[in-house]
Design a protein around this ligand. Structure first.
Ligand code: HEM
Length: 205
């Protein structure tokens, strides 16, 4: 018998949908600017720049909604990482994903209203939302307004260091997204976690 718990309020679902669309747009336009042949680009360079800049600006506003929501609504409690015993908890979940799940063992950290993320989800969501995304946003704005960035950094160009951080962390966000989507397929059924982000209800076994 499957059980349904309301875990994803409307504002989280709307934030998440916009966030996912914008990040996909940022990845496509970013990759086009970085890698494609300028004479035969994936997206015309000036259009890619404009789309990237506008998506980044909307992402910033959307991120501020996530940040404010995380402070003023009960959803923020799910992101409070307890460092004590974190490593053993991460290992326990990791062992479940790599072995236990194939032996049909019970999930070591079942989803409840009090704790909707397992330790690996919580850890990666905290890193993505409170480290990676803010770094990409800040370095992105710095590239838009280079006059505010250090012009020199350890005798090199401050702009280059900033650009390097923006691209590398952007890659990490892309990497996070692919792994995230893969793990979202491990639910009660292949699609049940995706449905949760539409209906708000999480389905457990
Ligand atoms: C097409 C792209 C994406 C899909 C299909 C997707 C799918 C999902 C699904 C099914 C969930 C609910 C399951 C769960 O809580 O783990 C979820 C939650 C979440 N996703 Fe994504 N995601 C995408 C992109 C992203 C991106 C780009 C980020 C951040 C950079 C992100 C961050 C999160 C966070 C923080 C949650 C938990 C929200 C909360 O309940 O507070 N997702 N995602």
């Amino acid at each position: 018998m499957s059980e349904k718990i309301y875990l994803y309020p409307m504002w989280i679902r709307l934030w998440h949908a916009l966030n996912a669309i914008l990040i996909i747009l940022l990845i496509i336009t970013g990759v086009s600017m970085q890698y494609t042949d300028p004479s035969n680009p994936l997206i015309r360079f000036d259009i890619a720049v404009k789309m990237h800049n506008i998506s980044g600006m909307i992402l910033t506003l959307n991120y501020l909604i996530f940040l404010t929501g995380s402070f003023i609504t009960p959803n923020g409690k799910y992101y409070k990482l307890t460092l004590k015993g974190l490593f053993p908890r991460l290992m326990k979940q990791f062992m479940f994903y790599t072995f236990g799940i194939f032996k049909h063992e019970k999930a070591p950290f079942p989803v409840t209203k009090e704790s909707k993320f397992n330790p690996l989800q919580q850890f990666t969501y905290v890193i993505a939302m409170f480290m990676l995304v803010p770094i990409v946003i800040v370095t992105g704005w710095a590239l838009l307004y280079p006059e505010v960035v250090l012009t020199k950094f350890l005798s090199g160009s401050g702009l280059r260091v900033n650009d390097f951080i923006h691209v590398i962390i952007g890659f990490f966000v892309s990497f996070f997204m692919f792994i995230h989507i893969y793990f979202c397929t491990i639910g009660a059924t292949f699609v049940s976690n995706f449905k949760s982000m539409i209906t708000g209800f999480h389905e457990s076994h």
